[in-house]
Design a protein around this ligand. Structure first.
Ligand code: ADP
Length: 269
């Protein structure tokens, strides 16, 4: 089934490049709109088979737990294979979700859902939910924020942005280091601004790469980061969310010392 999905993706890629090769004949804006529509449709269609695949893998896993293979070697092999399948399907589901979000926001179909909420409490809950991620790499974390930080914004998207930055901070840091999350209200030329910072003590990003990492599918020094998974869409989405909220995202980093990603969003009355 995974082979089938890979084939489906390959067909999708051929189709996109076919569309691109015809670009000279169709006005660029129209061709771009078609590509986006295609990516959105393809991603949408892939969601159902992926969730069917995931639940089939889970069912198989439960059946195997109830009745393990008596041959120990075969049992280990089957457990490992199911684990790989689960990881791949999870990764592909995330990729499809990311592509869908970008395609929808490109076409203006993504609307912010604005409510008032306490960002400190939400960030605390989110970080608590990420405990397995920190524990797996033995990375410490702390949250520096006012006791209460009421904001009017899209809670789900702001937390998605936070998760992207924290996930990267963990991914690109060695064990035993600290990831700090800072939330604050700042004043910028007389205007109130919400600042969200994620600071790590990780591998850092070379100066010449710091602009490029926000581009779609860009992965800095492929040999360095390929084994860490990811598709190079996280920061493109983070930038898109910050922009949708009228804000910006910046990075300050030193190779071998760590990185600080700072999001600033204006707080309107
Ligand atoms: P992904 O992590 O899936 O590759 P992203 O768009 O989130 O994609 O990040 C793009 C690239 O930026 C990464 O491949 C990595 O090289 C670099 N990067 C992002 N966050 C950090 C970080 N905190 N420390 C070092 N490098 C980072």
């Amino acid at each position: 089934v995974l082979g089938g999905l890979t084939l489906l993706f390959a067909v999708a890629c051929v189709f996109v490049s076919h569309l691109m090769s015809k670009r000279a004949m169709i006005p660029i804006a129209q061709s771009l709109a078609r590509q986006r529509e295609f990516v959105a449709d393809a991603s949408h269609e892939l969601r159902t088979p992926l969730s069917v695949l995931m639940s089939s893998i889970e069912t198989l896993g439960m059946r195997r737990q109830a009745a393990p293979n008596e041959n120990e070697d075969e049992d280990r092999f089957e457990t490992r294979t199911l684990g790989y399948m689960k990881d791949e399907v999870k990764g592909m589901t995330r990729l499809v979700g990311d592509l869908l979000y970008l395609a929808r926001s490109d076409s203006g179909a993504e609307q912010l859902q604005l409510t008032q909420f306490d960002l400190r409490a939400s960030a605390e809950r989110t970080l608590h939910g990420l405990a397995p991620l920190f524990e797996a790499k033995q990375i410490l974390h702390d949250l520096d924020a006012p006791d209460k930080l009421l904001v009017y914004g899209d809670e789900q998207r702001l937390l998605q942005l936070l998760v992207i930055l924290v996930d990267n901070a963990v991914k690109y840091s060695p064990s035993g280091t600290l990831v700090r999350v800072k939330l604050a209200e700042e004043k910028q030329r007389g205007h109130r601004v919400l600042a969200i910072a994620v600071i790590d003590q990780g591998i850092g990003i070379p100066a010449e790469e710091q602009e490029k990492i926000f581009e779609r599918f860009y992965r800095e020094d492929k040999t360095r980061s390929r084994h860490l998974g990811g598709h190079g869409l996280g920061l493109a989405i983070a930038k898109r969310i910050a922009a949708a909220c009228g804000g910006t995202i910046q990075v300050a980093s030193r190779l071998g010392q760590g990185s600080a990603f700072i999001v600033r969003i204006p707080i309107s009355a």
